[in-house]
Design a protein around this ligand. Structure first.
Ligand code: TMP
Length: 207
């Protein structure tokens, strides 16, 4: 039986990485964790390039680099794991490109979707967990601003948050919104419940 593809989305510092780790710990050997961009030798190099504020990139170049890293990850890691029946947990996926490059960078969601369909063969998550956090609260979490996206500050995060709202509205069946302004263990309980429900439901019916 094919596995389950679960993705985490949200603005920067919404707690995705912590929640992905807690979910992976809870699922044990049944699960495989990946992060975007990254997760393959080529993908990690592309990640370093994308995060470096000293490297200038056009919006199109940026979108294509994310898509290239994603193509490697899908082919080398995600598809084989799903074929083996595992739960794949990804810290960001296609929706991040739709929100950041498609909307915030203004390339257009449909355009970015097309590029990514070529990169991934059209792979879509079975379940996407939106860690819902107000950009002002996320900004107050005070991590080091060490990459091109975080350095762009609140305005970018507001645009990305609005973009996620539109993506949820366009495909409500795939998304679960989870309030992220709570202690990590409380957020995790809701995450796990959503994933367990999706594992029990036949594909496409995990409402
Ligand atoms: P993160 O690993 O800390 O989430 O950093 C990745 C950054 O890259 C984050 O600011 C979101 C951004 N990003 C995009 O703009 N497009 C994408 O497709 C992905 C996966 C991430």
């Amino acid at each position: 039986m094919r596995g389950l593809f679960v993705t985490f989305e949200g603005i920067d510092r919404s707690g995705k990485t912590t929640q992905a780790r807690l979910l992976l710990d809870a699922l044990g050997d049944a699960a495989v964790g990946v992060r975007e961009p990254g997760g393959t030798a080529a993908g990690e190099r592309v990640r370093a390039l994308l995060k470096d504020p000293a490297v200038e990139l056009s919006p199109a170049g940026e979108a294509l680099l994310f898509a290239a890293a994603r193509a490697e990850l899908v082919a080398q890691v995600i598809e084989p794991a799903l074929a083996a029946g595992r739960v794949v947990v990804s810290d960001r996926f296609l929706d991040s490109s739709l929100a950041y490059q498609g909307e915030a960078r203004g390339l257009g969601v449909a355009e970015v979707e097309r590029v990514n369909a070529f990169a991934t063969g059209g792979l879509t998550p079975d379940l996407t967990l939106l860690l819902d956090l107000d950009p002002a609260t996320a900004g107050g979490r005070g991590a080091v601003e060490d990459d091109r996206f975080e350095q762009e500050g609140r305005a970018l995060q507001e645009q990305v948050a609005a973009a996620y709202e539109r993506l949820v509205a366009a495909a409500p069946g795939r998304w679960r919104r989870i309030a992220a302004d709570r202690p990590p263990e409380e957020v995790h309980a809701d995450v796990l419940a959503a994933v367990e429900a999706a594992r029990r439901a036949p594909a496409g019916e995990e409402a």
